[in-house]
Design a protein around this ligand. Structure first.
Ligand code: ATP
Ligand code: MG
Length: 463
């Protein structure tokens, strides 16, 4: 028989432990025994048992204190208090700090068993709800990052594993694939979440300006340095610094960055004092850094320092199954923002979105949905709300089905096709039907009959 649950009995009296152990084992529970709060806390972890039976009055650490500490480790631990005598006050005090229930010694076996059964059941439901909630929350999104494709699930797993560490992370992906979004998610899900998240727009600054931005400068370090200025590294102390487009940093600044990563300290420009910082580094790039290393425009040693954990963000065209979910998400966001009640998009819009290549990735899709939400006159977004360019590009005449206006009627299409090849044959033979029939592999009478039926004007045949 499978165990009905694990009960941790914490009581200093050996007799009580014996009695409870026998009773609970005979009822199909597994029992863990501790003779003091200290011993119990040593053994306790959030998954080590289902219900705790806790004696309030013990030498050494008393029950209330044990309860407090248990709740710290596991805020939803199911604790049932055992009170030696009618000390209802202390039992109530215990309930106030989170005990589930209490029983009085001497206890009736049936009452105790009922109380335990209820607690086990509650615990099971609680765990199930937590799991479901967790699954719903995590399944298709993580910190506002949407995606259910295998590729994005792999990204979520990496973020979850990497976030709580201090490791440096390199995010690689085309423009608009969500590198900054992922960097923020890593920060928010790390123990640095309450500390600053500082973005360095490496690409948009000239090199010497970038250095003074990063490291700060002392008064008089260069013309224009009229006051002391702290750098971004100092601003990001205890937090995370995010290098957007790390590949645009020149070799000289790369060397300085490498030093900071190695020494965890630096000097302000023109300064003499070394400044220690504890900053986690996340870097992003949309160019292939390994290629740059081959071209000697990026330092190999810096790359290795940055590349401790690498997260590749797949382009949207490689995970088109994420499009509907992303569309739904952006409709909600921009519907709310613009006070528009949009329910969704029509099926043919999905066909167009699916056929598109998305060079601008999720950003391009986001902009498109925002625009459509604003322009849509109905609750459902139709092709009329899409940018004309997208329609023109993707409504290709052949290969795909073409525009819905074009007839798909089988008879009509075959007739058009027949007309075309007959006219071509006639053109080749300068209107000589007998020769044209030979080319087409039909009898001259058949060809003549087809020409009449299809209403082909033989005068049309160019000579
Ligand atoms: N998986 C996603 N789920 C929801 N929104 C996303 C996702 N990926 C990207 N976005 C959104 O797309 C936009 C572009 O993302 P982001 O700025 O993170 O891209 P990037 O990779 O940093 O681009 P660039 O290289 O151009 O800086 C943002 O508004 C972001 O919120
Ligand atoms: Mg970016």
């Amino acid at each position: 028989m499978a165990s009905k649950g694990i009960i941790h009995v914490i009581d200093d009296e050996p007799v009580i432990r014996d009695v409870l152990s026998q009773l609970l084992t005979s009822e199909g529970y597994e029992v863990e025994l501790s003779s003091s709060g200290e011993e119990a806390l040593d053994k306790f972890s959030s998954s080590s048992c289902d219900v705790i039976l806790l004696d309030l009055l013990m030498p050494g650490m008393d029950g209330i204190e044990v309860l407090r500490r248990i709740r710290k480790i596991d805020p939803v631990a199911a604790v049932i208090i055992i009170t030696a005598y009618a000390s209802v006050e202390s039992a109530i005090a215990a309930m106030k700090i989170g005990a589930l229930d209490y029983v009085q010694k001497p206890f009736k076996h049936d009452d105790l068993l009922m109380t335990i059964e209820r607690a086990v059941e509650r615990r099971r439901l609680q765990e199930e709800n937590l799991r479901l909630k967790d699954e719903l929350k995590q399944k298709f999104s993580f910190s506002n990052i949407i995606g259910k494709s295998q590729a994005m699930k792999a990204v979520f797993e990496l973020i979850k594993a990497a976030a709580p560490t201090r490791s440096t992370i390199l995010l690689q992906g085309e423009s608009g694939t969500g590198k900054e979004l992922v960097a923020r998610a890593i920060h928010v899900n790390s123990n640095r979440a309450d500390e600053p998240f500082v973005i360095v727009n490496s690409g948009s600054l000239p090199p010497d300006l970038l250095e003074s931005h990063l490291f700060g400068h002392v008064k008089g370090a260069f013309t224009g340095a009229v006051t002391l200025k702290k750098g971004l590294f100092e601003a990001a102390d205890k937090g995370t610094i995010f290098f957007d487009e790390i590949s645009s940093i020149n070799l000289e600044t790369q060397a300085k960055l490498l030093r900071v990563m190695q020494e965890k300290e630096f000097m302000r420009l023109g300064g003499t004092e070394t400044i220690k910082v504890d900053t986690r580094i996340i870097a992003a790039t949309n160019t292939d850094i390994e290629e740059m290393i081959a071209l000697k425009t990026f330092r190999k040693d810096l790359f290795y320092r940055l590349n401790v954990i690498k997260i590749d963000l797949p382009p949207l065209r490689q995970r088109k199954d994420d499009i509907p979910l992303l569309v739904k998400h952006f409709i909600e966001v921009y519907g709310r923002e613009n006070g528009r009640e949009v329910e969704g998009v029509s099926e043919d819009v999905y066909e167009i979105l699916d056929a598109h290549d998305w060079p601008g990735n999720v950003r391009e899709l986001e902009n498109l949905v925002e625009r459509a939400v604003v322009f849509s006159r109905s609750k459902i977004i139709t092709r009329e709300s899409l940018p004309p360019l997208l329609l023109a590009r993707d409504a290709s005449p052949d290969g795909r089905l073409g525009t819905p206006e074009e007839s798909l009627d089988f008879k009509e299409r075959t007739q058009t096709f027949q007309k075309k090849i007959i006219l071509t044959a006639l053109k080749k033979t300068r209107g000589v039907q007998k020769q044209a029939a030979g080319l087409l592999g039909v009898k001259p009478t058949t060809l003549n009959e087809m020409i009449k039926r299809l209403g082909i004007n033989t005068e049309d045949t160019p000579t």
